[in-house]
Design a protein around this ligand. Structure first.
Ligand code: SF4
Ligand code: SF4
Length: 226
């Protein structure tokens, strides 16, 4: 999932200082799971904003909603009428969610309440680990389902650097050497032979990347014979 964290409250408050009608919009997907932008966080942030402005004798209207997925056009379109009642949308979605709203609701500014950090998973309660850099050429089939692109400090894709000691990464002793993890997992799977394979260097992408699925695109109507 996409991992994100809430910006410092003072930063959010500052972003909103000129607005009197604010819609706080959460997202029901990744940021709900990582407890950054779901229903509860929307309620808490909206309430904190009301209180902060009230203390400053500056009353505001703060609306709340959770969009099932902010990164999906049809869900953003569904909130257009409600959003039209506000001067600004404070998105508690990831960066894709903020941009999807900006793309589809042109006449109302959208501001980010979150800092989007990485694609990750929870490795324990309240702790998230980056596990995918979206490299566009997945090699997990060769590495026992553990990503060296992301989890090796040097992004080495054909084995360790040689600096690992006691199973720990030489760059950061807080992290295991991912190649030790990969080796241990392949031993368990009896698939050590996979380490004989060579992964090709990854080409550096020019941003923004784009993926085209011809099978999903709307067919253009033929004009032949018209
Ligand atoms: S190799 Fe790693 S970074 Fe690339 S797609 Fe797979 S998990 Fe993501
Ligand atoms: S010690 Fe392991 S994880 Fe750390 S940089 Fe070297 S190969 Fe990568």
């Amino acid at each position: 999932m996409v991992i994100a964290e809430i910006k410092p409250f003072e930063e959010i408050k500052n972003l909103l200082k000129k607005y009197k009608k604010i819609l706080v919009a959460g997202c029901g997907s990744c940021v709900t799971v990582c407890l950054s932008g779901g229903k509860k966080q929307v309620e808490l942030l909206a309430s904190a904003l009301r209180t902060a402005r009230k203390i400053e004798s500056d009353d505001v209207v703060v609306g709340e909603m959770v969009i099932p997925r902010q990164c999906e056009p049809k869900f953003v379109d569904m909130i257009k009428d409600e959003a039209g009642k506000y001067e600004v949308i404070l998105s508690m979605g990831c960066g894709a969610g903020v941009q999807e709203i900006a793309e589809r609701i042109e006449n109302i500014p959208v501001l980010p309440a979150l800092n989007t950090t990485f694609i990750g998973m929870a490795d324990e309660q309240g702790q998230y680990l980056e596990v995918c850099a979206a490299c566009g050429d997945c090699i997990l089939s060769m590495t026992g389902g553990i990503c060296p692109v992301t989890r090796c400090a040097k992004s080495l894709i054909n084995g360790p650097c040689g600096g690992s000691q006691g199973g720990l990464c030489e760059v950061s002793k807080d992290n295991p050497c991912v190649w030790q993890l990969i080796y241990d997992r392949l031993v368990k799977l009896n698939m050590l032979y996979l380490l004989k394979g060579i992964s090709q260097p990854k080409t550096r992408s020019v941003h923004p990347r784009r993926m085209v699925r011809e099978d999903l695109k709307l067919k253009k109507e033929s004009t032949k014979g018209v």
